[in-house]
Design a binder for this molecule. Structure first.
Ligand SMILES: Cc1cc2nc3c(=O)[nH]c(=O)nc-3n(C[C@H](O)[C@H](O)[C@H](O)COP(=O)(O)O)c2cc1C
Length: 169
C-alpha cells in the first residue's frame, strides 16, 4: 500500500474478529517498532507481545480506557524510560509505525494510554525503571470498516512561515 494511502485510511478500530493473525505479520509489526527512530537512537523501549487470551483479559482489567483489548488477537505493551524527556515521543512514533505496518496487511488496531500502571507493572513483571506508556491491540476487523477520519482542515492547523498566516498550496 502507498504510504500516504496507509496513513489516510487507517483508523483506530477495536472491533476485532476471531481470525488469527499469522506469526509473520506479528513479527513484522514488532519489527516496525524496532526499526523506528528514537531520541539519540537510545532504543530504550521494550515491547511485550501479549497473545494469550487470559493475559489479554488481564491487560483489559489493568486499563481504564482500553477494555476492548480483551478481544484483540494480540497486543503490544510499549515500555519506555521515563527519565528521558522525549520518551513519550519515542513511544508514540513506535506505536504509529506498528499500527501502520499492521494496517498495510489489513490488520486493525487501536491504542490506549489509560493504564493502571502499578497493576500492569506487577501483572507483566515490568521492571521499575520502565514505564508502560501505551498499549496497542491488534486483530482482523470484525466487519468492513466504514468509518471516516474526522479531522480539522489543513487550513486550520497549518500555517505558512508565521503562526496564523494562511497556508497557500
Ligand atoms: C496519545 C493517544 C492516546 C489515546 N488513548 C486512547 C485510549 O486510552 N483509549 C482508546 O480507546 N483510544 C485511545 N486513543 C485513540 C484515539 O481516540 C483515536 O486515535 C482518535 O479518536 C482518532 O481515531 P481515528 O484515527 O480512528 O479517527 C488514543 C490515541 C492517541 C494518539
Amino acid at each position: 500500500m502507498d504510504t500516504y494511502e496507509c496513513i489516510a485510511t487507517k483508523l483506530d478500530f477495536a472491533e476485532f474478529g476471531p481470525n488469527e493473525v499469522s506469526p509473520e505479520i506479528v513479527r513484522k509489526v514488532l519489527d516496525a517498532g524496532r526499526l523506528t527512530g528514537s531520541g539519540n537512537n537510545m532504543q530504550h523501549w521494550r515491547f511485550i507481545l501479549v497473545h494469550d487470551p487470559q493475559n489479554l483479559k488481564t491487560l483489559a482489567a489493568d486499563s481504564t480506557s482500553g477494555k476492548w483489548v480483551a478481544i484483540a488477537n494480540f497486543a503490544v505493551i510499549i515500555l519506555t524510560n521515563p527519565k528521558l524527556g522525549f520518551h513519550l515521543i519515542d513511544a508514540g512514533r513506535a506505536a504509529q509505525d506498528m499500527q501502520l505496518a499492521a494496517w498495510n496487511y489489513g490488520i486493525a488496531s487501536r491504542i490506549f494510554t489509560g493504564i493502571d500502571k502499578s497493576a500492569l507493572q506487577k501483572d507483566f513483571g515490568i521492571p521499575s525503571d520502565l514505564q508502560p506508556s501505551a498499549v496497542l491491540g491488534f486483530g482482523y476487523p470484525a466487519r468492513k470498516i466504514l468509518g471516516k477520519k474526522k479531522r480539522k482542515p489543513l487550513t486550520e492547523i497549518a500555517f505558512s512561515e508565521k503562526y496564523g498566516q494562511a497556508i497557500r498550496l
